[in-house]
Design a protein around this ligand. Structure first.
Ligand code: SAH
Ligand code: SF4
Ligand code: F3S
Length: 468
């Protein structure tokens, strides 16, 4: 998995394989599939834990499940379309087996609420992101033939006390949610509506979870939040506060052998204190995901991003000044309301200037209820959106190849994550800057750190040999 990225397209629709804390057999089995960002995948591990407590074990085969859950995403229309298509497979299973219970969880559940039950007649349960603790009761209700819905958002739920079950895990990398919700109100974005108000999880519980992971053999944690730089937790006991830089430091101090990553940073909020903390600790990875969204200040204003093109470029400059070898990735949207060819060219020129190591590029997809949907017309024709997206993709392809090529000849410390999918005699891992490196296996193993000298690359992978 790409732990450095909050929404990893490669994992979309991934089903969770069994893995459990219990040794005895379960009364019943659930099958769960997750879509969307890493926070949603982290939630699935919390859900698995809640179900485990209630005697439900995970199965990788939905045909064998008593309960099928989909943890959904609403970020773009396409995401929802895909989920509805997949839902058809499950509802046809229900036609064969009427006692099967189907539940929709996550952002789409929150966005559509009980309307989902009208639209998808064979769905039994609808649960929003802050209501997973009530899942066992909702299942009970559904078992009596009723439809069960809980989409209440909370101001304080962080699931801090629930120890997630690391299903499907490679035993090396883990996601750790440090906060929930978002207060930013970017005009295009549905997340504040589906995830509610921002709240930070207790620093003690985050620290305890990371420490336990390290003791179990994990070697990398990715601290997750929609806007990690606004992490702020009040420690009433000690009458003090913990900000994101302090949290990062606390986690980094667990062990120099534990790599720390985080996602996502907002350009308006990332501070020098965070940058200097990254610089200070070798085990905090030199990699920042810094979504820009547009290169045009006019559009950034319409998007309610609260920074300008110049501010963003200055942030990138500051990152490079403090952490010269820092990898930087971004998210960028084309075809947002009123975007002119000039605005689009400004996005291209910003990409050219920043030379992102990785970029996630999207065309604008209007989401009902968002500020943009209410205020502006979605006026850029689809073919123009698609052409602009292609131009961004083509431009970025050159940048990412250049970024890979400049690493040929260099040596990196690599955390080994597993056997290469393409070749059993090779291992793969990532360097500090989040780039995947493959190299001959020899006698090395998952979870080890090795120094790898890169001798070649493809567009997405560095190729090397272990040198010590
Ligand atoms: N909190 C994260 C974003 C999570 S959503 C952040 O602020 O970076 C991930 C990405 O999806 C966003 O960065 C944005 O580029 C994209 N996105 C969000 N809403 C979108 C929409 N309506 N249409 C197209 N892309 C969108
Ligand atoms: Fe959405 Fe903006 Fe919040 Fe990211 S920061 S989740 S883009 S509202
Ligand atoms: Fe994540 Fe999608 Fe929800 S990106 S927060 S799962 S809308």
């Amino acid at each position: 998995m790409v732990a450095g990225k909050i929404h990893d397209e490669k994992r979309q629709g991934e089903a969770f394989l069994p893995g459990s804390k219990r040794s005895h057999s379960y009364d019943r089995h659930f099958y769960i599939e997750s879509y969307g960002c890493a926070m949603n995948f982290a939630d699935t591990e919390v859900i698995a834990s809640i179900l485990d407590q209630n005697n439900f074990g995970a199965t990788p085969d939905f045909q064998k499940a008593d309960l099928i859950l989909i943890n959904t995403c609403s970020i773009r229309e396409k995401a929802e379309e895909r989920i509805r298509k997949r839902l058809k497979d499950f509802t046809s299973a229900k036609k064969r087996n009427p006692s099967l219970i189907i539940g929709i969880l996550g952002c789409m559940a929150e966005r559509l609420k009980s309307n989902l039950l009208e639209e998808e007649k064979l769905v039994d349960i609808v649960v929003g992101p802050d209501a997973y603790r009530t899942l066992p009761q909702l299942i009970q209700e559904a078992e009596t033939g009723q439809k069960a819905v809980n989409v209440l958002l909370s101001r304080d739920e962080t699931y801090a006390d629930i120890s997630p079950i690391r299903l499907n895990s490679n035993g090396v990398n883990a996601f750790v949610s440090i906060m929930r919700g978002c207060n930013n109100m970017c005009s295009f974005c549905v997340v504040p509506f589906t995830r509610g108000r921002e709240r930070s999880r207790s620093a003690y519980s985050i620290f305890a979870e990371c420490e336990a992971l390290f003791n179990e053999g994990y070697r990398e944690v990715t601290l997750l939040g929609q806007n990690v730089d606004s992490y702020y937790w009040r420690d009433e006991e000690n009458n003090s506060n913990v900000n994101f830089a302090q949290l990062l430091e606390k986690v980094a101090l667990i062990s120099p052998l534990l790599r720390v990553r985080f996602s996502t940073s907002h350009p308006k909020d990332i501070t020098d204190e965070v940058l200097f903390t990254i610089k200070k600790y070798e085990n905090i990875c030199n990699y920042i995901h810094l979504p820009v969204q547009s290169g045009s200040t006019r559009l950034l204003q319409l998007m309610n991003r609260t920074y300008s093109r110049e501010w963003y470029l200055a942030k990138v400059g500051r990152i490079k000044e403090i952490i010269p070898d820092c990898g930087i990735s971004t998210d960028i949207i084309c075809g947002f309301c009123t975007e002119t060819e000039e605005d689009h060219k400004e996005s291209l020129s910003l990409m050219e200037y920043c030379q992102f190591d990785l970029a996630y590029m999207y065309f604008y997809s209007e989401r009902p209820g968002t500020l943009a949907a209410r205020r502006f017309e979605d006026d850029i024709p689809l073919e123009v959106k698609k052409r602009r997206l292609q131009e961004m993709v083509d431009l970025h392809r050159g940048h990412s190849l250049k970024s890979m090529q400049k690493d040929v000849g260099k040596t990196f410390k690599v955390l080994i994550e597993g056997t290469s999918k393409k070749n059993e005699d090779e291992l793969f891992g990532r360097n500090d800057q989040n780039k995947v490196i493959v190299f001959p296996k020899l006698n090395h193993k998952k979870g080890d750190y090795v120094m790898v000298k890169v001798h070649d690359c493809t567009a997405g992978t560095l190729i090397g040999n272990v040198i010590s």
